[in-house]
Write a protein that binds this ligand. Structure first.
Ligand SMILES: [Mg+2]
Length: 271
């Protein structure tokens, strides 16, 4: 089984300010189908926002949706979504101290931190907007009140489109990385055989976890820097930096996903 996993916003989806190749999405849909690749979207989006993106951009639905930053897994079969209860049970078992309500209470009143709308919250995801200019001070406050008490991970990312800082609290067992490991195991796919593509923030975890990583050409500088640092410390990490050239495409967004998949041989015939 060949698995192509990709972040959605500004990785697969051309919703940033770089120029997108017009034909890239159609080519992605075609190549993943003709080469019988298992497609996994690994995203901060929930199911409804994923469906909206499929509609808006014309990307194919995934075979598997790792949604809500890794806290939910759904399979798409015969036009219907099936929620993976096994993943939920696994997370509860592995992160027994996780408590979204307690985290909410603990961070209440931190200046510059504002809870996101209810559609961005779920039992395994407590999410906030943060004043990006004051992120260090905010993260220090959060650290003091939360760190290590709730089997949590704290993920900071920056939305360059809206110029917003984002803080996600997740169970430490339910991230983009661990959810993708769970899916790889279910399909008996070696981690190194799974290609993962990303562009920013929370993509750092799967990019430095032993999958075959891809950074699209528009990846943000902070992520590039963090990935290079991780590679220097661990020379066995495989990460490909898209730069354009696959079938004349420019390497941004979908084109970078295709370039990376091709780099790792996913489109080789006869495999
Ligand atoms: Mg992204």
């Amino acid at each position: 089984m060949r698995i192509l996993a990709t972040d959605m916003d500004r990785t697969l989806l051309p919703n940033g300010h770089w120029e997108a190749d017009e034909q890239a999405i159609e080519l992605f849909n075609e190549l993943t189908r003709t080469h019988d690749i298992l497609v996994v979207y690994v995203t901060g989006r929930n199911q409804a926002l994923t469906e909206a993106a499929v509609e808006e951009f014309g990307v194919r639905p995934p075979d598997i949706l790792i949604g809500d930053v890794g806290t939910t897994i759904r399979k798409y079969e015969k036009g219907e979504w099936r929620f993976d209860e096994g993943w939920t049970a696994h997370v509860r078992r592995v992160s027994p101290r996780w408590d979204a309500e307690a985290i909410k209470a603990a961070v209440a009143g931190i200046d510059g931190l504002r809870e996101q709308e209810s559609e961005h919250q779920n039992p395994f995801k407590q999410s906030y907007y943060a004043d990006h200019g004051r992120r260090e001070e905010i993260l220090a406050q959060i650290g003091k009140r939360v760190e290590g008490r709730f089997d949590e991970v704290i993920v900071y990312s920056y939305d360059s489109m809206d110029e917003k800082g984002l803080v996600d609290f997740l169970p430490d067992s339910a991230t983009k990385q661990t959810a993708l490991e769970y899916v790889a195991e279910e399909y008996s796919c070696e981690k190194g055989e799974v290609v993962f593509c990303g562009d920013s923030g929370n993509d750092i975890f799967p990019l430095t976890a032993g999958f075959s990583g891809v950074l699209v050409r528009n990846a943000d500088d902070q992520l590039v820097e963090n990935v290079r640092r991780a590679m220097a410390q661990n020379p066995s990490l495989k990460v490909y930096f898209a730069e354009g050239g696959f079938r004349g495409l420019n390497g941004y967004y979908t084109s970078g996903v295709l370039e990376g998949a091709d780099h790792y041989g996913l489109f080789d015939t006869g495999r």
